[in-house]
Design a protein. Structure first.
Length: 100
């Protein structure tokens, strides 16, 4: 059976876990969300290459949280409007205080 090569991510994205022990297939949703929350352009490319655009899109649309600026990036990358993202809808339901 062919095994696809692991994606190459910056270790800083996964600073709080044992980087060498990450199971990229069993924890796919978590890895995709983490890469889109904290990764740079090359990390996102690696993620899309490894998981496929379909899997990445499905995961991002169902994610409970992404930083606001990353929601816009994810929307642009997967070509879906913000109002289809669960994290965007949840943010609209729970507005934050004004930053004064």
């Amino acid at each position: 059976m062919d095994q696809k090569p692991k994606p190459i991510f910056e270790k800083r994205i996964f600073w709080d876990v044992n980087f060498e022990q990450i199971d990229y297939d069993a924890k796919a949703n978590w890895v995709i969300e983490r890469v889109f929350s904290r990764g740079d352009v090359e990390d996102i490319r690696q993620c899309r290459r490894y998981y496929s655009d379909e899997k990445v899109t499905e995961t991002l649309l169902r994610a409970k949280f992404l930083p606001e600026h990353r929601m816009h990036l994810a929307s642009a990358i997967v070509g879906r409007p913000l109002n289809e993202f669960r994290c965007y809808i949840l943010r609209q339901l729970n507005p934050e205080l004004f930053p004064y």
